[in-house]
Ligand binder design. Structure first.
Ligand SMILES: [Zn+2]
Ligand SMILES: [Zn+2]
Length: 267
């Protein structure tokens, strides 16, 4: 097979993988939402169709560079991805996962802040914020320009920071789960994760929800480090009202969709 054909098939295969991964992850968490908080996405069918459309377009933008890199890794020995666990001491495995998350978070924080400047917001980021309130399907609902800023991160990092493929798979799994759950409209993690000492540094739905309500502040992806350092941390949002159709839960249950539509209109 010619190199061009091999590159094209790798890019197509990776696009399919990213697209199916999105549908599986968002579909699973949307089903969990229907089960835990029935009615939370009521009246949002049109928005959800739009979120799925943008997300599938993003899948291609993520899939093409990833497919090219995957081909180069397999066929040409590109990248610092290793298949041999014995290449480094065992402690390097969790460290490499953390290094990727911190690097991705740093890139995301600063590009995200830039995209909140009026001109860039209109061009690249308004699509993501058109989800009011976002749902589990909004995980990859980005304008192509924004998708491109996200798509280059992991393909660049695999050239810079050595990593075992299983650690990279873990990074991608964390990226997928956090991308979906941060937009889901309710807090899936136990209070100890977001409400305690750990929550001062980690970002979950309670934090990102406030970004979608207030627009300014809470720009981070995984960690609150940059937000806290730069004075842009607005604290946790609250899903204060018990969800429709469910009993009175903790303070981190989902607000009714109507209430949050109201809050968004004030923003
Ligand atoms: Zn978001
Ligand atoms: Zn934003």
């Amino acid at each position: 097979m010619s190199v061009v054909l091999a590159l094209i098939s790798s890019a197509v295969a990776m696009t399919l993988i990213v697209g199916l991964r999105y549908l599986a992850a968002s579909g699973a968490f949307a089903a969990a939402t229907r089960w835990r908080h029935p009615g939370l996405y009521a009246g949002l069918d049109r928005q959800i169709r739009r979120e799925i459309g943008w997300s599938l377009a993003s899948a291609a933008i993520y899939g093409v560079p990833a497919g090219i890199i995957a081909w180069g890794w397999q066929q040409r020995g590109w990248t610092q991805i290793s298949s041999n666990l014995a290449d480094w001491p065992l402690w390097y495995w969790p460290l490499s996962v953390l290094a990727y998350l911190v690097a991705h978070d740093t890139w995301f924080y600063w590009t995200h802040r830039l995209m909140h400047r009026p001109r860039w917001f209109r061009i690249a980021h308004a699509v993501h914020h058109a989800s009011r309130p976002p749902t589990a399907w909004a995980a990859m609902a980005f304008h192509p320009v924004e998708a491109l800023t996200g798509a280059v991160v992991i393909p660049a990092l695999v050239f810079l920071i050595p990593i075992h493929w299983s650690a990279l798979a873990t990074v991608l799994a964390i990226m997928t789960v956090m991308g979906v759950t941060n937009h889901m409209g309710w807090e899936i993690f136990p209070r100890i994760v977001w409400g305690g000492r750990m929550g001062k540094w980690l970002i979950t739905a309670s934090h990102h929800q406030r970004h979608h309500v207030e627009y300014r502040g809470n720009y981070g992806l995984y960690f609150r480090f940059w937000d806290r350092l730069c004075g842009t941390d607005r604290g946790l949002g609250s899903f204060a009202s018990p969800p429709r159709g469910a009993g009175a839960g903790g303070s981190a249950t989902a607000a009714g969709a109507a209430e949050r539509h109201g809050a968004d209109q004030l923003a």
